[in-house]
Design a binder for this molecule. Structure first.
Ligand SMILES: Nc1ncnc2c1ncn2[C@@H]1O[C@H](COP(=O)(O)OP(=O)(O)O)[C@@H](O)[C@H]1O
Ligand SMILES: [Mg+2]
Length: 347
């Protein structure tokens, strides 16, 4: 196999330009050729693989067995495996190399990195699972109340009214959930094109405070907005910015007990304008802080549900802000309150 020097050199050049790791073994299972990608994968220096057997590499007995089988039977084998010490998942393909008399001469193993595809598939199936669960919960409750009403509860007008109003708020929650899912998917799929333009942040924040005015006064919250006189305009897509501010302020209102304070601050820092929303609410435990921007993550599921939350608000905030080249952050202490912050580019 590969007797001529010229063949060998051509083969090496070809292999070195490949992204996939490639190993070629002789009939004894000894490596006779390996490309750069393979050396990186097995963490050996240049030329460090040639002359070795796969099982001498210490940790690849599964692949060594595959090569052994192929050398014996001349077949082709595929497996998907994690090649230690890297955490990557590889699809490994081993096939026999035969000479002109159709006699097995060696084997070739190709390692193709499929980590991204696997992670993506897993994320997608988790997401579908979460969405189904979130949709099922209000539906189950609606179904339950409708059945109870049909079973006779509707004869009592007080009970009937109470159940119908629960059904009403559960359907509202279903619509909000679908609305949030559509927003998220539109931003993620880039179907909603982000068009940043100079925007007056102060005006946007005042607008959102007006929209949420009824909830603020219902809970007797004290809301204040502090900003410097000469605050720069920011570069943002105005509708999306509004969505960010609504989601953050809505949380501050929902998770702060009546009579509490909400302080909104904007200031310029280098080329950015940072806005923080600080409340005197229930706070978030330290172990939950890194997760609050994940889809469907809630610290207290029951509390979020009672408040009509979908668990998607903060993931939408993060997506929108990052699609503008900005950042999100959070600090909190249980029982003291929380501060959520977002940054946008100043004009
Ligand atoms: N200001 C806040 N104070 C306390 N907890 C908060 C605050 N904002 C968000 N959280 C926590 O983060 C979770 C996720 O927020 P979000 O994505 O807006 O979902 P939702 O409000 O629909 O539950 C909330 O369920 C809540 O546990
Ligand atoms: Mg929310």
């Amino acid at each position: 196999m590969l007797s001529g020097t010229q063949d060998y050199q051509q083969m090496q050049t070809m292999m070195s330009s490949m992204i996939d790791a490639v190993l070629i073994c002789d009939i004894q299972g000894r490596i006779i050729m390996a490309n750069k990608a393979a050396e990186n994968l097995f963490l050996v220096r240049e030329g460090g693989l040639v002359g070795k057997r796969l099982n001498e590499l210490g940790y690849e007995s599964e692949i060594a067995n595959m090569v052994g089988e192929v050398l014996e039977r001349g077949n082709e084998v595929f497996i998907e495996t994690i090649v230690n010490p890297s955490p990557q998942v590889y699809r490994v393909h081993v096939s026999a190399i035969k000479n002109e008399f159709n006699i097995i001469d060696g084997a070739i193993a190709v390692f193709h990195d499929v980590t991204d595809a696997r992670n993506f598939a897993q994320m997608r199936s988790e997401f579908v699972g979460n969405v189904s669960h979130e949709l099922r919960t209000p539906l189950t409750s609606i179904k339950g109340f409708v059945e109870t009403l049909l079973d006779g509860a509707m004869e009592n007008s007080t009970i009937c009214r109470r159940f119908l109003s629960i059904i009403d708020s559960e359907t509202d929650r279903l619509s909000r959930l679908i609305e949030d899912l559509l927003t998220l998917s539109a931003i993620e799929s880039k179907e909603r094109i982000v068009r940043p333009q100079p925007v007056c942040l102060v005006r946007s924040i005042r607008g959102v405070m007006n929209i949420l005015g009824p909830q603020i006064s219902e809970k007797s919250l004290h809301v204040e907005y502090v900003y410097p006189d000469e605050l720069s305009l920011i570069l943002a897509d105005e509708d999306l910015l509004g969505q960010v501010l609504i989601n953050l302020l809505d949380n501050a209102i929902k998770y702060t007990p009546p009579g509490g304070n909400i302080m909104v601050r904007s200031r310029k820092k280098d080329s950015r304008v940072i806005t923080t929303i600080t409340d005197t609410g229930v706070g978030i435990p330290p172990e939950s802080l890194p997760r609050v921007f994940e889809r469907f993550y809630r610290v207290d599921k029951a509390r979020s549900r009672n408040q009509g939350g979908t668990g998607l608000g903060l993931s939408i905030v993060k997506h929108i802000v990052e699609s503008h080249g900005g950042e999100v952050f959070v600090e909190s202490e249980v029982g003291q309150g929380s501060t959520f912050g977002v940054s946008f580019l100043a004009v």
